[in-house]
Design a protein around this ligand. Sequence first.
Ligand SMILES: O=C(O)CCC(=O)C(=O)O
Ligand SMILES: [Fe+2]
Length: 280
Amino acid sequence: MTRPTIPRYGNDTNAETVSAALREHGAVIIERLVDDATCDRLHAELQPWLDTTPVGGDEFSGHNTRRTGGLLARCPSSLELVGHPLVLDVVDQTLWPKKTTFQLHLTQSIAIGPGSPAQFLHRDHWCFDVFPVPRDVDVEVSTIWALTDFTEERGATRVVPDSHRTPDDVRYTPDDSLPAEMPRGSVVLYLGSTVHGGGENRSDDVRIGINVDYVLGWLRQEENQYLTYSLDEVRTFPERIQRLLGYEPGAYALGYIEGGRSPMTLLSDAPLADTQSFQP
Ligand SMILES: O=C(O)CCC(=O)C(=O)O
Ligand SMILES: [Fe+2]
């Protein structure tokens, strides 16, 4: 039997191709989707925050791993990643069942320090507690952008290709996983059901990934986007990002204010096409 691999595309690919690969294999890499200048800028914006972020408090978070959230306000260049049109199109074509919209689940940098052991292999949709997500339903797409080159030695995210349709209680070992090796500026996308984890960092360097996850609009977000950014901060973001944060209703009657008004109306004085919620 041939060993599954993580499909890989160049930045001239399209959303249909990437989404099809993601749904078939549970993970996909797009190489060099942002350029070196963007990575340099983002890294420079992030560094002061990394310097003051404490290491994780448990094994899953990583005792020598620093997770810095709320990136949209802290690192303006992260908007380019979070709102990347190709990634958003892939997410849009992949999440199911989706009648209306999807939203941002979290942003965080994950800086895995030298000597860190591999993270426990897991499925991100386990954050939804006990709910047994049906095998053919994709409620979440996770992405990790490489801000430093991702090599196996440096702790590249490990993914078990083709694991996304197996029952939740099927357990995998590190031998079943492959490192998502990729040059900086690349992104690995995987489904909420795909088994994966941060890799062991056997190098002397810090591995920095920018983790941006998206979920269907009718689910609770992992990082509370309403409390992470003030309304004044949200007003400075592009409209697409405001919508992604959850300021547009998640479905016809989800998340309105004042008996049916879209929270988008809080962000601007201009009349908006969607001052009412979605039509049923
Ligand atoms: O850092 C990584 O490569 C993966 C992290 C991850 O999967 C998680 O924290 O849920
Ligand atoms: Fe994860």
